[in-house]
Design a protein around this ligand. Structure first.
Ligand code: NAD
Length: 337
C-alpha cells in the first residue's frame, strides 16, 4: 500500500468491462486505485499508461504475470478475463501473494471454485466475486424492503435478465464461456432472488427453448427459464436469454409489491412499488462503491460481502438449473462438497 493509504489494484484483462467501467471507477475510489495492468495486447499499453499514469514496472503480460509477487505496489489483482480463465489466473494471483477480485461467473464448475477457495486459504488472502449489486443502493433498498416486510411476507419473485449476444463473441463459445446466458446474465436473477430473500433455493425446475440460429448457438442455450423453490413456500420464476434486452426483478408480498426495472444495469435503475414509494439518487458508480467496499474490508481485515463461497454456491445453483433443463426433472440443489 503506498498511494495515500490506498490499495493498488491491477486489472487483468483490458476488455470492455475493464476499459469502460472498472478503470474509470478506480478514479473515483477512496480505498483503492488503479496501480497496474495485465494484458496480452501490447498496442493497448500506451493509452492506458498515459490515461491512468501507470508506471512501466506495473505493466504485465500473461507471461510475466507471476512476477507480480515481487511488486509491492499491487495489493489486489482483479480478474476481468473470459470465464474459462478465471480459475487459472485467480490461483496464480494467490500464488503471487495478492488479494483477488474475480469477475462473475466465478468459474466454469464447482470443482474450479473449490480450487480457487483453497488457494485463497493457503495464501491467507481475500477472495471476492465481482457482484457489484451488493453495493448498489437500489438493490440494497430491495433487500431492506424484503427484510423489514414493508410489503408483507414475500410470496413470489419474477425476474429476468437478457441481452443480445453478438456473433463472434467469446460468450457464444462454450469452452470459453462455460454455458450460455445463464452463466453470463442469468446469474444476476438467481443472485437477486438470494439477496432479496436472504435464502437459497431448495429445488429447481428448468426448460430451454429451441435455438433460433443453429450456427450461432452451438452447445449453449439461447433462452432458459427456471423456477426456484425457496424456503417458506416462496417461488421464484427466472428467465434469461441472448435474444432479448430485458432486466427486472418484481417481488410480490402479502401486502403489496416492489420492483426494479431496469434492475441490473450500471445506471438508470428504477424502483416502483404498489403504494407509490420510490427512490431516486444522483448518478453513482456501482463499480466504485463495489471496489471501495471490497478494499475497505481488506484493509479492516473484515470478511468479504461477496466471498468465494458465494460464487461457489451460485455455481451449485447453475449446475442444478442445467441438470433440471437437461432431464426435465425437478432437481434438489446440492450444497454439499
Ligand atoms: P471482453 O471480451 O470485452 O474482454 C476480455 C478481455 O480478455 C479482452 O481484453 C481480451 O483481449 C482478453 N483475453 C485474454 N485471453 C483471451 C482469450 N483467450 N479469449 C478472449 N479474450 C481473451 O469481455 P468483458 O465483457 O470485459 O468480460 C470479461 C469478464 O468480466 C467476464 O468474466 C464477464 O462475465 C465479466 N463482466 C462482468 C460484468 C459485471 O457487470 N460485473 C460486466 C461485463 C463483463
Amino acid at each position: 500500500m503506498n498511494k495515500k493509504n490506498q490499495l493498488g489494484v491491477a486489472l487483468a484483462g483490458l476488455g470492455y468491462y475493464s476499459e469502460n467501467q472498472l478503470a474509470p471507477a478506480l478514479l473515483q475510489t477512496t480505498h483503492c486505485y488503479l496501480a497496474g495492468i495485465v494484458t496480452g495486447t501490447p498496442s493497448k499499453i500506451p493509452a492506458w499508461k498515459k490515461q491512468y499514469n501507470i508506471p512501466e514496472q506495473n505493466i504485465y503480460t500473461y507471461d510475466t504475470f507471476d512476477a507480480i509477487k515481487d511488486n509491492d505496489a499491487i495489493d489486489i489483482v482483479y480478474i476481468v478475463l473470459p470465464n474459462a480463465m478465471h480459475a487459472e489466473y485467480t490461483i496464480r494471483a494467490f500464488a503471487a501473494g495478492k488479494h483477488v477480485i474475480c469477475e462473475k461467473p466465478m468459474a466454469l464448475s464447482v470443482s474450479e471454485c473449490d480450487a480457487m477457495i483453497a488457494a485463497a486459504q493457503q495464501a491467507n488472502k481475500h477472495l471476492s466475486i465481482g457482484y457489484r449489486l451488493h453495493y448498489d443502493p437500489y438493490n440494497l433498498e430491495m433487500v431492506r424492503l424484503a427484510k423489514e416486510k414493508v410489503y408483507g411476507t414475500i410470496k413470489n419473485i419474477d425476474t429476468a435478465f437478457a441481452i443480445e449476444a453478438q456473433e463472434g463473441e467469446w460468450r457464444l463459445n462454450k469452452a470459453v464461456a462455460g454455458g450460455g446466458p445463464l452463466m453470463d446474465v442469468g446469474i444476476y436473477c438467481l443472485q437477486a432472488v438470494c439477496y432479496i430473500t436472504g435464502m437459497e433455493p431448495i429445488a429447481i425446475t428448468a426448460k430451454t427453448f429451441p435455438v433460433s440460429d443453429t450456427e450461432k448457438f452451438v452447445g449453449i442455450e439461447e433462452t432458459i427459464e427456471w423456477q426456484m423453490e425457496m424456503p417458506g413456500e416462496i417461488t421464484a420464476t427466472c428467465r434469461t436469454s441472448y435474444r432479448e434486452e430485458v432486466g427486472y426483478v418484481k417481488v410480490n408480498g402479502t401486502d403489496g409489491w416492489f420492483q426494479l426495472e431496469p434492475a441490473f444495469n450500471y445506471a438508470g435503475l428504477h424502483m416502483q412499488t404498489s403504494n407509490g414509494y420510490t427512490m431516486e439518487l444522483p448518478p453513482l458508480s456501482q463499480q466504485a462503491l463495489q471496489m471501495d467496499g471490497i478494499a475497505a474490508a481488506i484493509k479492516n481485515n473484515e470478511a468479504s460481502k461477496v466471498p468465494g463461497i458465494m460464487g461457489r454456491r451460485d455455481m451449485q445453483i447453475i449446475t442444478a438449473i442445467y441438470e433440471a433443463a437437461a432431464t426435465g426433472k425437478k432437481v434438489i440443489v446440492n450444497y454439499g462438497v
